[in-house]
Structures are given as structure tokens and as C-alpha cells.
Design a protein. Sequence first.
Length: 221
Amino acid sequence: MFDSKEPNEVDFISRRMRMVDEQLQPRGITDSAVLAAMRTVPRHEFVPESQVSEAYHDHPLSIGHEQTISQPYIVASMTQELQLDRDSIVLEIGTGCGYQTAVLAEIVRHVYSIEFIPELLRDANDRLERLGYDNVTSMSGDGSFGWAEHAPYDGILVTAAAPSIPPALLSQLAEGGRMCIPLAMSDYSQELFLVKKSDGRITRKSLYAVRFVLLRGSFEG
């Protein structure tokens, strides 16, 4: 349990360490770069002020505009599935508040991120700039089309559920690349899929059930 008193920076560091030790490692997060990123990125900087005390709890939080910041485990798990390194170039669909973006930016060479809601992107960019993330390039737009200008991508991470995998994202995935995307199997069921491209072939594997906001734009269900 987290203390209910008003936290300070030392408290936040302690909470991040406990988040990793109690929420992530026991559930199979072993990638050292992912664990380091989760220990480093100040999640409390990415949530509304009214929810700062819950920033390191094991559940999603509302960030306005009917959008959410995913629970820490989901962020870490999706990142780990991409098997990224310092040379990786990543496309993120759904910048949101910028937290997942920051976690990726701690690990890879560059993150390209697309957000459908301009107000969310503006606030996320302000946070990322203030926190010193200079390896992120973002734009407001329809993420289902990807960002062909900077393709191919070693990893693609989609933070909203689509009815199926957008063809543009498949075409922009590099040979040997990996994509993590939630798919809406029905109105009441979603599954997270790992998609791989190898020798020009696409394979996909269901990982586990999830609940994400729906993908916005031309490809939404």
C-alpha cells in the first residue's frame, strides 16, 4: 500500500522502485532496459494533478478527452514484447499523455508518435520537452495511416484497440520488426497481439485480454 500523505520527490522515487519490484518483476518483466525505463520515467508528471497520489498504482487513470494512461504493467509488457535496443526506431500510435512515449524514448534511438486529439498532443509535447526528451518527434493525425516518411520501423506500438490491423502499419514495419496492438474481438472483448514480420511473412500471436480505448480515425470500428 502507498502512503496517503502528500508525496515529495523522494517519495515518488520510492514509489517507482516499489512499482517495479512489486508490480512488474513478479509478473514477468525481465528486460533490463524496460525495467530501467520504468524506474526512471516520473509517471506522476503524466497524470492529472488530482490523481498524482495514484500515479504508481496498478491500474489505468483517466487523462481527459475520454482517454486513459495504461496501468504500469501494460506499458512495461507491451514495451518488452517489442524487444527494443538503443538503435531501434519506433512508431507509437496514440501519444496520449506521453508516458508510454517517454518509456520508449528511454530505450530507443528515436520515437515517432501520432496522436489523434490535438489538445492531448500539445500537453504531452510540453511534458516531454520539459523532462528533456529530445529523441521524440510527434504529430497530430490519423494513426491508422502510420507515418510513411520515417518508415520502416523496428517496432510499432499501438495504444488503442482497432477492429483489425491497419494495412499501412504492416507495410511500415521493418523486416524483422515487431508490433504490439490491441484488437477488438467484439464489443466486449479485446486481445493484445504481437505481430512479427519475417521473410516478408506476417505472423500474429494473442498475448492476453486487455481493455483499451478504441482507435480514432478512418480505421475505427
